[in-house]
Design a protein around this ligand. Structure first.
Ligand code: 13P
Length: 256
């Protein structure tokens, strides 16, 4: 069934990046859960470092908060020192996995081709991929935003058919807005989100395009969440810095 885009359940995901030890994570969850008691009609996901999965999975057993990973390898197992597999993520209680984050692309040389393998693998294992795409400031200044977005999306979804794609989440994260305190203006983000939806229509069909959750990431804070969420094609957010503090992340969830 095709859902009206505006009625779509929002997804608010925390990307903790390389932050927090077990004690800090437990204390976060305990405070955070109290603050989001009344949050309804939204999916909340925490993507912690791998070392926190076991503890958080126990703690979140009966909670509405879901677990996600920040990365994974595309193979099920094998001789890949330092990597983690989709099966391990499932085993650890993960439902979502962030793939192709710009920090992975920038510091770990992840290419669209590699990310495509990971997206395929996540879908095959029934993990919901949060596929990150976004342009750099230089690319935006050179009017290349659409070209970059289109190439990243098409390449990362290469050879994935419409029967496989249903759990996909796309995160538009302009690189220039990540960790800079300078978020994209809601209208600026909406324009790209609308473009991404039109690409999904072009690659797949109306149902997939209408049902895909397209979330925004880049300096999301309690102060700007409402304006961002007012946009028709913004179906949630991926939050870095502001998700590390239970109060500010709860404010974001409650406002969404
Ligand atoms: P900030 O919210 O800190 O800008 O980070 C965004 C991000 O990279 C989420 O994946």
């Amino acid at each position: 069934m095709t859902m009206s885009i505006s009625k779509m359940k929002a997804l608010i995901a925390a990307n903790w990046k390389m932050n927090k030890d077990i004690k800090e994570a437990v204390s976060f969850v305990k405070s955070f859960e109290k603050l989001i008691k009344n949050a309804k009609n939204i999916d909340i996901v925490i993507c912690p470092p791998f070392t926190l999965f076991s503890e958080l999975n126990q703690l979140l057993k009966n909670s509405k908060i879901k677990l996600g990973a920040q990365n994974m390898h595309f193979e099920d197992k094998g001789t890949f020192t330092g990597e983690i597999s989709p099966l391990m993520l499932k085993d650890a209680g993960c439902e979502y996995v962030i793939l192709g984050h710009s920090e992975r692309r920038q510091y770990f040389n992840e290419t669209d081709d590699l990310i495509n393998k990971k997206v395929k693998s996540a879908l095959r294992h029934n993990l919901k991929p949060i596929l990150c795409i976004g342009e750099t400031l230089q690319q935006r200044d050179n009017n290349k935003t659409r070209e970059i977005i289109e190439n990243q999306l098409i390449n990362c979804l290469n050879d994935i058919n419409e029967n496989e794609i249903k759990n996909l989440v796309v995160a538009y994260e302009p690189v220039w807005a990540i960790g800079t305190g300078k978020n994209a203006a809601p209208e600026q983000a909406e324009e790209v989100h609308k473009f991404i939806r039109s690409l999904l229509l072009k690659i797949y069909n109306k149902k997939i395009s209408d049902n895909a959750r397209i979330i925004y990431g880049g300096s999301v804070k309690p102060e700007n969440i409402k304006c961002l969420m007012k946009m028709k094609n913004i179906n949630g957010t991926l939050v870095g810095g502001a998700s590390l503090d239970p109060k500010s992340f709860a404010e974001i969830c409650n406002a969404a």
